[in-house]
Design a protein. Structure first.
Length: 315
């Protein structure tokens, strides 16, 4: 899919044809779309326009003659039924000779992030549109937004933590930890590539560009630190969940052991009276109220044992 935007009064507006300083989105493009963009924007290598079609493509920065290629990972929220998962997919950003910015990806990031797509305000300084910087700032903001969502979900799990915590809560926490690992790994790659790109004169054409790119690096570093911090929190929370579940199991086993002790007393007394021996030496054996007396004594002994166990906090 080919979508072309122009900048009008600081906002992106969709257009039908490519003009200088356009924003061109190629999403899982067809061959004719790639050829049209390649020829219109200065004979860009077709392989560079398709580089983001590979989900395993690493982040990198390259300069090719009249254009430069920047590949970064863009975070997305994927919904699988009732479960959410956060993943990162490659997004290539090509700065063409005519001043246009071309983005290619297999995933339609604009449709996944409609709130920040065509309505996004574009930075314009001295008549120049900073489309690349706006895209990178959007990428950094998406990382921070998703990381905060993961932290909120972790806090919700902790708020419902008690001795009856289910295994499903532990599984949900593991899913959050997996999401953090995906985001942190992609963030580390983006950070390294952007710090390398910051030394390129094509990215930093003047002092204003340096200031804007410094803002991007600050946001990326903050997101990277957030990912590390939240991952540590999730790891400690998982250990807390395991401890609470173990304590709950220990409490259950302690309760069952105490109940077994209490029930063993009448069982033992009944066992004595059930032995096939002469009843002459058995207390209350010849009394017409022998059964009631023995049963009452068993209950009394059980009550005493229960009080002793409760006093020792064993029941």
């Amino acid at each position: 899919m080919l979508t072309i935007y122009g900048v009008t009064k600081g906002h992106l507006e969709e257009r039908q044809h490519i003009a200088p300083r356009s924003l061109i989105r190629l999403t899982d493009p067809e061959d004719w779309e790639v050829d049209y963009v390649r020829k219109t924007c200065g004979n860009i290598d077709g392989s560079d326009l398709r580089v983001a079609m590979d989900d395993d493509e690493p982040a990198r920065f390259e300069e090719h003659g009249a254009y430069s290629l920047l590949v970064v990972d863009m975070p997305v929220l994927e919904r699988h039924g009732k479960a959410d998962a956060y993943r990162a997919y490659p997004l290539s950003i090509i700065t063409a000779a005519n001043g246009s910015v071309i983005t290619t990806s297999r995933i339609d990031f604009a449709s996944l992030d409609r709130e920040h797509a065509s309505q996004r305000k574009v930075t314009i300084v001295d008549g120049k549109s900073r489309l690349v910087y706006d895209l990178l700032l959007s990428m950094a903001a998406s990382y921070q937004r998703y990381l905060r969502a993961i932290e909120r979900r972790r806090a919700e799990l902790v708020s419902g933590l008690d001795r009856h915590t289910k295994v499903s809560d532990l599984v949900a926490l593991h899913g959050l930890e997996a999401d953090i690992v995906y985001l942190e790994t992609s963030l580390s790659g983006n950070r390294a590539v952007l710090e390398r790109a910051a030394r390129s004169p094509r990215i930093l054409a003047d002092k204003v560009d340096e200031t804007l790119f410094d803002d991007i690096l600050i946001e990326i570093r903050q997101a990277d630190e957030m990912a590390r911090t939240y991952r540590q929190l999730i790891t400690s929370t998982r250990e807390l969940f395991s401890s609470v579940m173990d304590n709950g199991l220990n409490a259950t086993m302690k309760f069952l052991a105490a109940v077994t002790i209490v029930l063993a007393i009448p069982t033992m007394i009944a066992g004595f009276y059930g032995m096939n021996v002469n009843s002459a030496g058995m207390p209350f054996a010849d009394s017409p109220f022998g059964f009631l007396i023995v049963a009452a004594l068993s209950v009394i002994v059980c009550v005493i044992v229960v009080r002793v166990l409760k006093k020792r906090d064993l029941l």
